[in-house]
Design a protein around this ligand. Structure first.
Ligand code: ZN
Ligand code: ZN
Length: 100
């Protein structure tokens, strides 16, 4: 299922990396998609295969998670165990906390 990235409503797309099989007279027989990669024939925007998007979005979400530094640390001032992102203050006493 292909969709235009601009959602222009077009239902015609072109595969960028397709291999076309011809018979000896050069008549189209069959094709296969060598690599995923499509453009919208109506507006020229990149199109994508909805079937492949969830996996890509999941991979991006996982990459985002590893970028965010969260840790449970003990506030040196009030000794409260707090979960903080980098550069946050203790929600209890306002002391600056450093993630080790
Ligand atoms: Zn389009
Ligand atoms: Zn504190």
């Amino acid at each position: 299922m292909l969709v235009c990235s601009r959602r222009c409503g077009s239902r015609l797309f072109r595969a960028l990396f397709a291999e076309v099989e011809l018979d000896s007279e050069g008549v189209y027989q069959d094709h296969r998609i060598a690599q995923p990669g499509y453009i919208c024939l109506n507006c020229g925007a990149p199109a994508f295969d909805l079937g492949e998007v969830p996996a890509e979005m999941r991979a991006e979400a996982e990459a985002d998670e590893t970028k965010t530094v969260t840790a449970d640390i003990l506030c040196p001032v009030c000794e409260t165990m707090v979960r903080v992102d980098e550069g946050m203050e203790c929600p209890n006493c306002g002391a600056p906390l450093e993630v080790a």
